[in-house]
Design a protein around this ligand. Sequence first.
Ligand code: IVH
Length: 684
Amino acid sequence: MTKEAAKSEIQKLTEELNRHNHAYYSLSKPEISDNEFDLLLKELEVLEQKFPELASPNSPTQRVGGEITREFRQVTHQYPMLSLSNTYSIEEVKEWETRIHKLIGEEVEYVCEIKFDGVAIGLTYQNGILIQAVTRGDGVQGDDVTENVKTVHNIPLQLKGDGYPVSFEIRGEIFMPHTSFNRLNKMRLEESEEPFANPRNAASGSLKMQNSAEVAKRRLNCFFYYLPGTDLPFKTHYDSLQAARSWGFQISGYIAKCSTIHEIFDFVHEIDQLRKGLPFDIDGAVIKVNDLRQQEILGSTAKSPRWAIAYKFKAEQAETRLNSVDFQVGRTGAVTPVANLEPVLLAGTVVRRASLHNADIIAALDIRIGDTVYVEKGGEIIPKITGVKMEGRLPDSMPVTFLQFCPECRTALIRSEGESAWYCPNREGCPPQIKGRIEHFISRKAMNIDTLGEGKISILYDHGLVRNMADLYDLKQEDLLGLEKVYQDPDTGKERKMSFKEKSATNILSGIQLSRSVPFDRVLYALGIRFVGETVARKLAYRFHSIEAIRNADIDTLIDVEEIGDKIAESVVDYFLQPENMKLIGRLQVAGLNFSLNPDTIINKGTELEGKSIVVSGVFQLYSRDEMKRMVEAHGGKNTGSISSKTTFVLTGENMGPAKKKKAESLQIPLISETDFLQMVNEK
Ligand code: IVH
């Protein structure tokens, strides 16, 4: 095939596939079978492999992912990503409407929409092509998750028609539909992974995955609801969404123009009725002023626009029977009571277990086995018991008594004065505490071994293969093959069995292998030294450069490090005094983990910035924002998050947020460029 012919064939296939994608994911009206679709996609893939110069970064073949992102680039939002002021009271919606009406002093029309419960995303399109996708982050800066977002099928990579602005941003909510969520959790259980607590967590976890091919499998979805910017060719918000729909964006059909508070109430009521039957989670309704000119007059506070309000639905409640109470031990040794309930349907899922908080709350609720209790779903892993229905209590019902001994290792529990939790003090011998420490070790901000999870750690522990972090590095393929685990099927509650297959074993080992290159500061954090969080670990690593130097430091030297006080210093000294910890470190050193900073990352050992308080903002040419922050610390400076009169200067990259810029100007804080900064600290 000639290049010319290939070009036109690629174009034809691309258009066809985009059309089918839209029909399938946005309109739910597929015109061809999955198989036929896959064949077309394969055809395009083959052509793109043959003529790589013709492959567009926005080709439908990109939907399957494959790009690996090590660290997400931080991007400053062109328009800050504000949140919405929200209320649970319909009365407050009425007050808001009255206020708006008064402020505007003329007729106001509103647009009522669904409030989607997912993860906010801002997409930038140039010449109709998706070029960037950024998460909300702190509202000023977010993570560049473009590669992952490209795998979400109903997000257009290339817009339809030609009516869109040359460059614009659109915002929406990425979410995981119930079917995808249930399927994912089932798969996770089969793989001995901890299931996600709710679809929102699953969506947000998926967007942060490093391998976009894995994100593609998560079957995320997206609705769009806002085009920021003041130079758009529309008079109303409603029109902007209609136009966006015609360019190929998925806009919800549940959207209404309302002129009176009664119409707003009707919409809210209708949505509240509807939500139980929707195939995805929503958590309220959003009411927005429709006219963009009126929106501009109303403006925004630092946190949220005045022209919109979110009315949030109350958490759904269910009534069921308390059958029994289990006690669980966490990684710190804290013991938490968990209720076993008569299965009950709550917000789309069957609930069998609920948290009972702690001994004090059990006593306060005077809860008894056999009671009818109220359960609510919040954002937590398991639902909560919020109350007891006193009528109908059986006369001989038994009060719930708290344990005196650890349910796992039989050690007597202790409770410190003023604390509500009971603890098992057997740190070295209590299984859930040991497993918990290993889970911390593999977690994302520590060693980031994402091929292992809570379930797999548990299997390894139960088979006696892993007793501490160092044992992970001795694992071999043959140790893993065929290991079995019995788990509870979430749909039926029945027990099922799974076993490690070859692929899963190879995956685990390659994840462990990769972790050998994790830098020293994160290894230090992964050790789980009491009170040594991510930041403190980084400070220690950059001040002392090696584990030996930290071990040799006395309390005074440690306290000398910024942000380290008596409590942390004592805990660090104590850690190195325990022979089992020294033995563990010795084994991890033999396994090849980094116990000193790589000389290249010790950017300098200077003191040029001592006593200076610096805000790092924007995107830089030569270094990532995190590297810039490390450089500030390596040169003795202090990183702070927000600008105040105490800030010495703002290290400014491209796209610094307008709000930050304004604040720096008003406080007359100097803005220092990347080049000037590097000169200041003698770096190239
Ligand atoms: S409008 C400046 N519309 O809710 C206002 N937001 O709690 C832009 N959300 O950050 C947001 N559904 O992530 C808007 N129909 C909707 C929404 C919606 C969900 C999210 C969004 C926002 C959060 C605020």
